[in-house]
Design a protein around this ligand. Structure first.
Ligand SMILES: *Cc1c(COP(=O)(O)O)cnc(C)c1O
Length: 344
């Protein structure tokens, strides 16, 4: 087999920043320890890139959503340190949990029965205190199927931690009440934004995801969290266009004078969606405006003022997540998880 040539787009992952973000969140969690949400392939940045770094930084509690995400993470962490947030919805999932030793997060009375009937064992329990997604209701805490569980971490999830909402103290109060009703070893409530809500929300274990990967869900975290993901692409062609010529699909940009333009090899198939139109790339401290629409595999840049940049040169898309969210109207979560598979 011939050797594959190097890619023309890459996602640079700043592993030091990732490790420092985990340490910062661990510190901000006070006496609690920070875990890590590593679902959705570490929010799109890659289990292989991120999980070993988080483990080396000191993380011991990892969360994925699906059982299909387990094998990749088990390559790096012991089974008892990994939990599946969607719990056990079938006998097959319960069997897999028992065979691997990975902890299910039990999300309903039904799941509790299924888990116990399949042999049971240590598990976590999610209580819904107001997000109305997954989890038992506080009323169900006294159900015998719940009382029969061997609960390691009793947890709940905040709906509005990224806002100053009355819902935060309300969910905190509801969680404290349930803590008295279900036997458990440890407790956990806060996601990334919840870590910034203060020590009342920290309990024994926090579960940041977004902020590990550079997201800043609350301004209190801005000074502690660093950018981790840097999308970059090389210029695969440059061309000269004349006044009156247009660029890209539907000719949404027309040159008012002669220009030099460059084509970069990434587009919406890579997760750089059309809402990036009107933004710019950067190279050597210069801004390179995006011209016209984003295509599936290409974006055209204005290189008129960057004569030193030519074919084969690498350019970067500024991906500071709060700024990128304002630019694109996507959430910081979406900006991470859309990043595509063609990145080298
Ligand atoms: C995804 C998730 C987290 C992490 O949330 P972030 O907002 O990304 O920090 C924590 N807990 C649960 C239950 C989750 O589903």
């Amino acid at each position: 087999m011939a050797e594959l040539p190097p890619p023309t787009l890459r996602l640079h992952i700043d592993k030091d920043a990732l490790a420092q973000n985990w340490r910062a969140l661990d510190r901000l969690s006070g006496p609690a320890r920070a875990g890590a949400a590593v679902k959705a392939n570490c929010y799109g940045l890659g289990v292989d890139n991120c999980v070993p770094v988080l483990g080396d930084a000191g993380c011991r509690d990892f969360f994925v959503a699906h059982w299909s995400e387990v094998p990749a993470v088990l390559g790096y962490v012991p089974a008892e340190q990994l939990s599946v947030l969607h719990g056990v919805g079938s006998a097959a999932e319960a069997e897999y949990a028992r065979a691997t030793g990975v902890r299910p997060v039990i999300d309903s009375v039904q799941q509790a029965k299924l888990w116990t009937e399949s042999g049971g064992g240590p598990c976590h329990l999610m209580v819904d205190t107001g997000i109305n997604r997954l989890g038992i209701s506080p009323d169900e805490a006294s159900d015998i199927a719940i009382q029969a569980l061997s609960v390691e971490v009793l947890m709940s999830h905040l709906a509005c931690a990224d806002e100053d909402s009355d819902k935060n103290p309300a969910q905190l109060g509801a969680f404290r009440e349930v803590m008295n009703k279900v036997p458990h070893r440890e407790t956990s409530l806060a996601n990334s934004a919840g870590v910034a809500l203060g020590s009342d929300f920290s309990f024994d274990l926090t579960r940041p995801g977004l902020a590990l990967y550079g997201g800043i869900p609350r301004p209190e975290l801005a000074d502690s969290i660093q950018q981790v993901a840097y999308p970059q692409a090389s210029i695969i062609q440059t061309r000269q266009i004349e006044a009156g010529e247009s660029v890209g699909y539907n000719a949404t940009f027309t040159a008012s004078s002669a220009m030099r333009v460059g084509v970069v090899s990434l587009g919406y198939a890579d997760g750089i969606l059309r809402s990036w139109a009107g933004a710019h790339f950067e190279a050597g401290g210069k801004r390179l405006p995006i011209l016209g629409k984003v295509s599936m595999d290409m974006i055209v840049l204005d290189l008129t003022d960057a004569t030193e940049i030519g074919e084969g040169d690498w350019v970067s898309l500024p991906y500071h997540l709060p700024d990128a969210a304002r630019q694109t109207s996507l959430s910081q979560y979406e900006l991470l998880t859309v990043l595509g598979r063609r990145f080298g």
